[in-house]
Design a binder for this molecule. Sequence first.
Ligand code: HEM
Length: 424
Amino acid sequence: HGVARVVIGRAHRRGDLHARILSDPAARADPYPTYDEIRARGPLVPGQLMMQAVSHQAVTDILRSDAFAVGFDPEAMPFLARKLFTRVAADERIVGPIDPPSLLVTNPPDHTRYRRLVSRVFTAKAVEALRGRVEERTAELLDAMAARPDGQPLDLVSEFASLLPVTVIAEILGVPLDMRKQFLTWGSMAAPVLDIGLSYQQYVESETALEQMSDWMYGHFEKLRREPGDDIVSQLVHLDDASGQLDNRELLAIAGLLLAAGFETTVNLLGSGAVLLIENPDQRAALEADPSLWANAVDEILRFESPVQATSRRSIRDTEVCGVPVPTGSFVTAMIGGANRDPEVFPDPHTFDVRRSNAKEHLAFSSGAHYCLGASLARLEGEIGLRRLFERFPDLSLAGKPSLRSTRTLRGFDQIPVHLNSNR
Ligand code: HEM
């Protein structure tokens, strides 16, 4: 895994702009000028690691095209790109969020089947039914924060932004209350697997978390088979179609993905949203004056600081993107974070504006066959979480500089020191 760093560093020195974002901490802290530079070179730019797409049109076309597939094909990958993703072969029983049969790396016909089954239980109605729970949990967390000794700063990520999503996912997975802390640990340890160029230590930690979670989950599925609850996994355990029921490995892939894909992403939405609103009092005032703007504000946060900055695809036949030919077997990075700052679609793209009329056109939840299954849940958590936070603590302010996570694909803060009340 040290190799990945060397490879990225070498590509960076050879002028690869994607590698600059991956390896240079300053470029990662503010990747937007580099995205602009890549976009200025064209819709699809050749690179040392992979082809790079930053324009909104090119990223949309790639994500929606059936000429592109997900998943790694180490044999077919160019040498440098392969080094970015190579992982130690894991124990068969462990299924990581980016190991097959996870939805994220599965193509038709398997993907179509899993997606249909999960969509049968993870419906808009099921998400709406969680609204009351999200409100309750938010209120409990805010109460706990308010009960802290006055005047002392606290970390908004560990006290709020990470607790709300993990509780909601535990609810979906039917995890008992006393296991939630454990899930918080597993969730934060497993999420970096979604990243590229992990350090060896992160890698080992993620594997260990996945291994422990797998063992626990296999027992959990057996329990839900005997005594189903009203959660989504209880329903998945009992679902079947013409190809039969989902087996334990498939169930684990789905449950593990819900945890990995639904946890840190939502933590980042809440954290970046809080910081953006603290730093832009005029935007906060607009929301206070007209709370119906909250839904749009959440989409603007997702556009402006996309929690998932990039995803990748490989071409499975000769095709073209915005007029640029793409031969079979090409690897492409679709830079969501850059597409969401494309001036062709979002006028004045580097301005955060909760009233932006087309904020919803962002690609933060991807597009096409792999469009985020949890999008409506994430929007619900974002809206309730942030709205209640600022209603409860209208004077919320920073008590220090928030620190950005070191992850490359996921973008957000791992610590946000705040004062809840003004000292006036
Ligand atoms: C897929 C973003 C929250 C479950 C995706 C993808 C993105 C994404 C970009 C597609 C990646 C690709 O096309 O390669 C986000 C963001 C979130 C969020 C930004 C929060 C702000 C959630 C939540 C859940 C969830 C809360 C569920 C509890 C999933 C699943 C997939 C997915 C299961 C795989 C879908 C498929 O491959 O067919 N998400 N997500 N996500 N997301 Fe989310």
